[in-house]
Design a protein around this ligand. Structure first.
Ligand SMILES: Cc1cc2nc3c(=O)[nH]c(=O)nc-3n(C[C@H](O)[C@H](O)[C@H](O)COP(=O)(O)OP(=O)(O)OC[C@H]3O[C@@H](n4cnc5c(N)ncnc54)[C@H](O)[C@@H]3O)c2cc1C
Length: 434
């Protein structure tokens, strides 16, 4: 029998929020001081700032600068409790969730679990490519990039060196574009100084995108500028390039020559995951959960879904909202207000997304930004990108360290965090598998 997780009993109604990402964390903070007991659970004990994963992967930022301990954020908020736990199943009838630390009962449940990497059913791709959906995956990628050069130094044959120096990024959205640009800048400014014995004219960075454009959610001007900037940095962009598999160190592309590479970074898409206990009929084909305009699952008045996992159709967004941080944050803010209204028996408000624009950076002084009233590119877009991302980070200390790192990299053309730190067990396993 599964034990009950210990949570202090009170006479307040209990809201359980699953997921301390952009949506869940904002909601918990907004409910501080409300007439509810709030339990935030997350599999990790820290909040992760996903937009800057690529800078961790390319040795530009410390992982701790973009991760923030959830307990620290929730200090001094007496009605908010944090439990490090993973959701295993939901029982909407008994209003209970099962987690790896035990059962918890709720009055209201908010699912803010986000989404996972989508491999579109390709097992070879799932098993051998590197995703970038968590800070630990970004650290793994950083190690892999650095390790490739260490290995290449010890090879004398071209056929052994080339796959180590060919980097393939799949997915031409903001993550793929930003990662390709950052890797190209490492090739230009940093790596030749660290590895003077290697011939860097043989290092290739490929960016593969299945659709005809990069940054498909942005304007034509942004598509064209991103393509131009990446070209300037020497990235080989292949559009209409549909990956079909990855075997024997070769990434296969429909109607194109395969690319021989030992490193494929998968940034091609995300999907939700079916949650045990909830009927599969609630999930869309991409495994998001359909909600009404109040972020509520229509079949269950007391279960809400926010952020990437929520699928809400509105007049302006008939195919659901984009899976971006602003949607999660705005839904969390409104839901907090609605919970307070529910406590007072007042009418709750439907959600309407206010698009504040989108942006992507390609490299130093190179970025694109589509804002509601105008579009920017180049240096001004880059400055705006730096400012917006800095201000969105949780914690003054993190903002300070990220700012110092950026300043250092900008002035000295040098990412200073090129250290290969791996757990001992991992090194041992790698040696025995070689
Ligand atoms: C590499 C990358 C770059 C991005 N760049 C941008 C960008 O520049 N701008 C932008 O607007 N958006 C960007 N996004 C998208 C943005 O990060 C998401 O839209 C946003 O994080 C969604 O927030 P959320 O609260 O729905 O989920 P998340 O922020 O993903 O949070 C989900 C939380 O749930 C937890 N969790 C998951 N499963 C369980 C479980 N079973 N039990 C307990 N806890 C669980 C996770 O640990 C996590 O903390 C990026 C995403 C990625 C991956």
């Amino acid at each position: 029998m599964v034990k009950q997780a210990y949570i202090p009993e009170t006479d307040k109604k209990r809201i359980i929020i699953v997921g301390g990402g952009f949506g869940g964390l904002k909601l918990a903070r907004k409910l501080a001081g409300s007439p509810y007991q709030v339990i935030l659970i997350d599999s990790h004990n820290y909040h992760q700032f996903q937009p800057l994963f690529y800078q961790v992967a390319t040795a530009g930022l410390e992982p701790t600068s973009i991760s923030f301990p959830l307990r620290k954020i929730l200090q001094n908020l007496p009605n908010i409790h944090f439990r490090m736990a993973s959701l295993l199943r939901v029982d909407p009838i008994s209003k209970t969730i099962e987690t790896d630390i035990g059962l918890m009962n709720y009055d209201y449940l908010v699912l803010a679990l986000g989404v996972v990497t989508n491999y579109f059913g390709m097992e070879t791709v799932k098993n051998k490519t590197i995703p970038m959906k968590s800070v630990s995956e970004a650290i793994y990628l950083r190690n892999r990039i650095l390790m490739n050069f260490e290995k290449a130094l010890n090879e004398s044959q071209r056929q052994d060196i080339d796959p180590l120096l060919n980097f393939v990024i799949v997915g031409g959205g903001p993550t793929g574009v930003e990662l390709a640009g950052a890797l190209a800048e490492m090739k230009k400014y940093v790596l030749p100084k660290d590895f003077p014995e290697l011939d860097f004219s043989r290092m290739n960075i490929y960016l593969l995108e299945a659709s005809p454009n990069l940054l498909s959610g942005m304007s034509d001007r942004a598509h064209d500028n991103a393509l131009k900037y990446l070209g300037k940095l020497g990235v080989k962009v292949k559009l209409n390039a549909m990956v079909t598999g990855y075997e024997e160190d070769s990434i296969k592309i429909k109607d194109m020559d395969p690319i021989h590479t030992s490193t494929v970074i998968w940034a091609a898409g995300v999907s939700g995951e079916v949650i045990e206990g909830l009927p599969e009929s609630l999930f869309t084909p991409s495994k998001r959960i359909q909600t009404d305009r109040y972020n509520r699952i229509p079949a269950y008045e007391d279960i809400f879904v926010i952020g990437d996992l929520a699928y809400m159709e509105t007049e302006k967004y008939p195919e659901g909202h984009p899976q971006v941080a602003q949607v999660a944050i705005q839904q969390a803010k409104l839901l907090a207000t609605n919970f307070k209204k529910l406590a007072q028996n007042k009418t709750i408000q439907p959600f309407e997304y206010k698009d504040k624009g989108s942006m992507a950076t390609v490299g130093r002084k190179l970025a694109v930004a589509d804002l509601p009233w105008f579009k920017l590119r180049g240096f001004t877009a880059w400055l705006l990108w730096l400012f917006v991302h800095l201000m969105q980070l949780v914690g003054i200390k993190n903002r300070f360290f990220v700012f110092m790192n950026w300043w250092w990299n900008y002035v000295l053309y040098d990412q200073s965090l090129r250290v290969l730190i791996r757990p001992k067990l991992f090194r041992y396993q790698e040696r025995i598998s070689e």
